[in-house]
Design a protein around this ligand. Structure first.
Ligand code: UDP
Length: 493
């Protein structure tokens, strides 16, 4: 990387959801560590998710700043304070994504005009930023918070629509054209014919990606070499892998500030984990936006009771579904757990990366959001996979079949609505969990594989590692692009 990187300015403009903002901010930190001026652009209501990274930059002498814009709540027809998917009621989330966030275009353009960045790393969920970047003559790089594997699956399903060609009575299909044979249940993918607006939005994402400079991916080459190659070579897309970005965190205090403020005292949580045997604790969490019904929460509680395993269970404190504990916690659950010191129920936000990296954690029951999968991989923790929607069923296949570090709980239906979801019974959850965390050969084998991946993840992020080098390559290409643009504008005069 040449010294010019030091005056390269990159705007990071993540989608307004924790699962997009957290890795984007980590990525901005990584760029800042390499001498790039990294500017995170977001709305005022989301400032707290970014501020700790700015404090880190100030302390460590890096160039990082935060530019804020107002969120046009009334124009968007949303209640005041609904500036992040995590605080938008489920029925308004789609509207938030499709019709509200494009209202940020004018304020973004004002900031670009004023600060003249050399590049914008925009969330894929803001397809309109392709036109903004073209208008200003700067490269737009897409970041969508996913990985190579799920991008290859999404692309294949979008082009070949295999589920639409199933004969009467057929329930599964093989995803066409992938390096491995990946079979999915039709019900594990969204029915795009029933969601024309979503299908149209997906087309916009694809079209805007094709008009961009490339894509930056929170993954590492050694994790999914066939899919990184497939994406670049067979699909002909330009991409740089720069992850796992969560490994940018320097120590416990730094990790504790990642994302929202923890709902549990971090020291108490770590002390509790210290009191447990290595690889014995089950960590159960379903990301930042998914909800379950009270009935399903109760089955999870019963499974935890029956398993007799020490656990940390994170339950989102949002909406009606988890409002009244007495509706879903079996009688005496909290008392028993606290008398035996056998578990922590965290209502709200948990310091996930810290928990996963504690040696006492033996398995992670996850909805397979990409950040959660990659954070578990980086910590060497095997997974119990329980996908719900989004690209989570694809991630599940990658964890269970390709990488073989996950075991499926048996979720069969894609839906964003908790009340439409199939009920997974306590016995089923308990059976799978015991297999994964037990001392048998299957559990040991998965743990060994997960630890090996964690070692490779760290190596990828070290100087000379694959992700480190790809970030160098990206910075060099951006410097070169800036030079070309400057020469062109001289030539135009
Ligand atoms: N997260 C966290 N504490 C929580 C819930 C979530 O730190 O209590 C973080 C988690 O570590 C991850 C992100 O929020 O970085 C969630 O992203 P993911 O892709 O796993 O799922 P999503 O929330 O987007 O469905």
């Amino acid at each position: 990387m040449g010294p010019e990187a030091h005056n390269l300015e990159v705007f990071f403009f993540p989608f307004l959801a924790p699962g997009h903002m957290i890795p984007a901010v980590d990525m901005a930190r990584l760029f800042a560590s390499r001498g790039v001026k990294a500017t995170v652009v977001t709305t005022r209501g989301n400032a707290s998710l970014v501020q700790p990274a700015i404090d880190w930059a100030n302390k460590s002498g890096r160039h990082m700043r935060l530019l804020l814009m107002p969120f046009p709540s009334s124009e968007a027809g949303l209640p005041e304070g609904c500036e992040n998917v995590a605080s938008v009621p489920a029925e308004l989330q789609f509207k938030f994504m499709i019709t509200s966030t494009p209202l940020l275009r004018d304020p973004l353009e004002r900031l670009i005009r004023e600060h003249q960045p050399d590049c914008i790393i925009s969330d894929g969920f803001f397809p309109w930023t392709a036109d903004v970047a073209l208008g200003f003559g700067i490269p737009r790089i897409v970041f969508d918070g996913t990985n190579f594997f799920s991008n290859c699956v999404t692309h294949s399903l979008q082009y070949h629509a295999p589920s639409e060609r199933l004969a009467e009575g057929e329930t599964t299909f093989v995803v066409p054209g992938l390096p491995h044979r990946i079979e999915l249940l039709k019900t594990q993918t969204p029915d795009m014919r029933a969601m024309p607006e979503a299908a149209d939005f997906l087309r916009q994402l694809e079209e805007s990606e094709l008009r961009s400079f490339g894509m930056v991916v929170n993954s590492f080459y050694e994790l999914e070499p066939e899919y990184a190659d497939h994406y670049r070579n067979a699909m002909g897309r330009k991409a740089w892998h720069v992850g796992p970005v969560s490994l940018c965190r320097e120590d416990t205090a730094d990790e504790a500030t990642r994302g929202a403020e923890s709902s549990i005292d971090v020291a108490d949580c770590l002390n509790w984990l210290d009191s447990k045997k290595p690889s014995s604790v089950l960590y159960v969490s379903f990301g930042s936006i998914s909800l379950f019904t009270s009935v399903q929460l109760r089955e999870i509680a019963l499974a935890l009771e029956a398993s007799n395993l020490p656990f940390i269970w994170v339950v989102r404190d949002f909406g009606d579904s988890a409002g009244h504990e007495e509706e879903w916690l079996p009688e005496g659950f909290r008392n028993k757990v606290s008398e035996n010191n056998s578990g922590l129920v965290i209502r709200g936000w948990a310091p996930q990366v810290l928990i996963l990296n504690h040696g006492a954690v033996g398995a992670f029951v996850t909805h397979c959001g990409w950040n959660s999968c990659l954070e578990a991989i980086s910590a060497g923790v095997p997974l119990v996979t329980w996908p719900l929607s989004g690209e989570q069923f694809y991630n599940e296949r990658q964890m269970t079949e390709v990488l073989q570090i996950g075991t499926a709980v048996g979720a069969g239906a894609w839906t964003r609505r908790a009340e439409e979801r199939e009920l997974i019974k306590a016995e089923q959850i308990e059976k799978v969990v015991s297999r994964v965390i037990g001392g048998g050969e299957e559990a040991e084998g998965k743990r060994r594989k997960a630890r090996e991946l964690a070692r490779r993840a760290r190596r990828a992020m070290e100087e000379g590692g694959s992700s480190y080098s790809d970030m160098d390559r990206l910075i060099d290409e951006l410097i070169e692009e800036r030079r070309k643009i400057a020469n062109q504008s001289v030539g135009d005069k």
